[in-house]
Structures are given as C-alpha cells and as structure tokens.
Design a protein around this ligand. Structure first.
Ligand code: CTP
Length: 425
C-alpha cells in the first residue's frame, strides 16, 4: 500500500495550485487525502478535491459522525499544507483544533510540511515571523514563500513556491523520516529521475566538507565545516534528476547521500586534493558547486615527525603558511569551465556587513551565483538552519533563502536550473 499524505488546503488564492500538487503527489504513488479548511472552499470546492483525490472530502471534525480526525491522523505518513495562510499558521502555532485540518495536525505525530502564501506585509509581520519561528523549532518543515506577483496585484515576498517544489520536499521528507510504505519495503525511492525533473540529465560536480592541512603527522589546520550543506545539495540534485559527483573533504559517512547509480563520491583531505579532483573533472560536468570550506593557507613545510616541546624552554614553534589555489576562481577562468558555477561565501557580522562582503566577493570570484552564508550566531556551520543571500556575478541580490539545509539546497538548485534553462522562472 502506498504512503498516505494528508493535503491540507488553506483559504488563499493559491488554493488552486494545491490541485496541481495533488496530481503531482498522486503521480508519485502517494495516497492523498484532501482536508480543506471550511473557508478555503470559497476558492476550490469539495467536488474538485473529491474528483482529483478519489476520496471523500470533509472539513468539520464531526461531519461524518465518526472520529475522522483520529483516523486520518493515525494513517498519515505526512501532512502537507498548501497554501498555509497567516491565519492557519497562527492557529497551528497555538494548537487550535477548530476544524478537521487543525484537529488532524494536532492528533498526528507524523512530519508536517507547510507552504505559506500570503501578502508580503502579512508574511513580514513580526506576529507571523514569530509563529514561523516557533513552528520551525517544533520541527515543522516550512518552505519559505518566494518573491513574485501576489493575488493582490502587488509584487513581493509571499508567493507560494511552485507545486513541484512542494512535491519534491514532501518526497524527500518521507524518505528522510524512513517511513516504510505499508507493504513493508524500505522507504521511497525519491532518487529515481522523474519525467519533468528540473535537472534531469544534468551533471553536477559538488564539493563539500572542510579541508585539513597537515602540520606534522598527527596535527592539522582545519575548519568547522560539517559538509551538511554540500551533502544536502548533492541529495537534492539527485532528487531533481541530476547525476552527481560529490568531492568530500573529511565528512562523516553518516551525512553522505545513500549510494546509488547516479552518485559518485570522491574522497579528498587537503586543499590540493580538492583542487586536483575538481579541476580535472570540470570537463564532464554542467554545474560546479563549491560548497566546501577550502583552506586558504597551508603550512609551507610539513614536519616529517611529530613536533616535540622543548623541555628546556617555554618556546612554541612558528608555523609558516603559504597560499593555496583559489579553486573557485581557477574554475571560472578554466578552458573547461562548466556552464554554471556556484560558490559559497562564509562571512561573519550583521546582515548588512555580510551582504556587502558577499557582493564584493561575488564580483571578484566570477561565479554565476554566490551563496553568501552568514556564519556564527546559530547560523551556517553544523546542524543548524542556514541563511543565504544569493548574488549574481555582478554582486546583485538575486534571492534570500533561509531554512533547513535541505530546503536551501533545493531552492539553490532551482536557481541553477533556471540558469541552465531547464526550468522557466
Ligand atoms: N574556495 C576555493 N578555494 C579556496 C578557498 C575557497 O575554491 N582556496 C571557494 C569556497 O569553496 C567557496 C568560495 O571559494 O565557494 C568562497 O570561500 P570563502 O572562504 O568565503 O572566501 P575566500 O575566497 O577564501 O575569501 P576570504 O576567506 O578572504 O573571505
């Protein structure tokens, strides 16, 4: 039996897009049950949902006389709410149970994915932002809205992400949560390229992790990059249909995508390893994504044996450093430069400083996109959400992406697909 997805529909103009989402989810083999809020029926009615889902549709807790909410909550492997309106988000935050949808969410223990859609002012309002923050802290997955034309005629942040992005995220969450379909097999194969996958046939070269530069046989200079963001990009690339070569620098095996036909993993330790493995492969790839934290300096001499303390003095050794190659800059001017190159820039400081440093770096590096990654302050490295500003080669602002690394990866690759011309934006 297929996995059960409850598709909640909020009362917004984007409700019609949930119909496309429903079709996408059904095509992927999920059994979708639609639970609209009563107010959303003004946008799309029950007849549409019943016809598309082939299941009865209810909005009230006691519509059938049975405990529908408990039954659905028990069966659901994932609840997706699209569009999630400001009001619905607020009700979810306080744990309201005033219709079948909110009651089902409250009674369930499965993952929940929200695709918010609302006017820019409502999204930016501190009340909504606070609700979003709280829900994220509870582990609810949230796909930040995009900048675009809104139902009101205004243009701004608040437009719901496209249905195929929500469907990809849903499939990925089901896979990550190791939900077993009721037939007892292991998880869902979201790695199989699907018709219309935005990176179908594209070849991605991704670097991830942090390099280590030896001082002596037992010591090195390293950095705190875990490799999570690069691995998330590799995983998202596979899900979007690409083949991926992942160059890993000192990454825990637990973080790596599961082995599969379209994934090649190359291990590297030092900046020189990453340089050699990356530049020699540019020719066979369409996209280079430099997510690795590569050392800028390495000891100019590596001691052949362990450096010992001099017991007679308190002297400490002086380590002389030399520059490493800037691989990203080398790739952008390489004769085999891939059509799309993406760099990351880890910067510290307040948002404005980070953006200014990023814009300067974007202009210097020559990458098509630079994801300026604010580190420190609970952002960036390690098992924490990520927050990036996407800049173009001229240092101009393209997009802001914030959220779990999987969602940042997916949104970043949407931009890559746009540059490759495989999807229109
Ligand atoms: N990078 C690289 N080769 C290096 C150092 C960095 O290819 N030797 C890449 C990183 O993978 C990243 C981008 O360059 O995509 C920016 O890295 P970052 O460390 O932020 O910038 P740097 O160029 O090292 O500049 P600085 O440390 O002076 O800010």
């Amino acid at each position: 039996m297929p996995a059960t997805v409850v598709l909640g529909v909020g009362a917004g103009i984007a409700a019609y897009k949930a119909a496309y989402l429903l079709r996408d989810l059904s095509k992927r083999g999920f059994d979708v049950h639609v639970v609209p809020t009563p107010a959303s029926l003004a946008f799309v009615g029950t007849a549409t949902w019943q016809a598309l889902s082939q299941h009865p549709v209810h909005t009230g807790v006691f519509d059938t006389g049975d405990a529908d909410h408990v039954e659905l909550a028990r069966r659901a492997d994932l609840i997706v709410i699209s569009p999630a309106t400001a009001d619905l988000i607020a009700r979810l935050r306080i744990g309201a149970a005033d219709d079948l949808l909110t009651t089902t969410v409250l009674a369930s223990s499965c993952p929940v994915l929200l695709a918010p859609a609302m006017h820019t002012a409502m999204w930016a309002n501190p009340a909504t932002q606070d609700n979003i923050k709280q829900l994220r802290q509870r582990g609810i997955h949230i796909l930040d809205p995009e900048v675009g034309a809104l139902g009101s005629g205004d243009v701004g942040k608040g437009r719901m992400v496209e249905p195929h992005v929500i469907a990809e995220a849903a499939a990925s969450i089901l896979k990550c949560s190791h939900v077993s379909p009721n037939d007892g097999s292991q998880g869902f194969d979201v790695s199989t390229p699907r018709l219309g996958a935005p990176l179908d046939g594209q070849r991605l070269l991704v670097t991830a992790g942090g390099t280590r530069e030896a001082i002596d046989p037992v010591r090195f200079i390293g950095n705190t990059s875990s490799g999570r963001q690069g691995c998330a990009i590799a995983q998202a690339g596979l899900e979007m249909g690409a083949s991926v070569t992942l160059i890993t620098a000192n990454i825990s095996p637990a973080l790596l995508p599961v082995p599969q036909e379209r994934l090649t993993i190359i291990e590297a330790v030092t900046a020189a390893d990453v340089e050699r493995e990356t530049l020699s492969r540019l020719d066979g790839h369409d996209v280079l994504i430099m997510a690795a934290a590569v050392a800028d300096f390495r000891p100019s001499v590596v001691a052949a044996s362990k450096i010992k303390k001099d017991p007679a003095t308190l002297d400490a050794p002086t380590i002389v450093l030399e520059r490493t190659t800037d691989i990203l800059a080398a790739a952008t001017t390489h004769p085999h430069r891939p059509p799309v190159i993406v760099g990351f820039a880890a910067e510290t400081g307040d948002a404005e400083t980070v953006r200014a440093l990023g814009a300067d770096k974007a202009r210097r590096k020559g990458a098509d996109l630079l994801a300026v990654n604010r580190v420190g302050d609970g952002h960036g490295f390690g098992d924490v959400p990520n927050s990036v500003d996407l800049l173009n080669a001229q240092g101009e602002y393209v997009d802001h992406i914030e959220g779990e690394k999987e969602l940042v990866a997916r949104a970043l690759l949407e931009h890559v697909a746009t540059l490759l011309g495989t999807i229109a934006r």
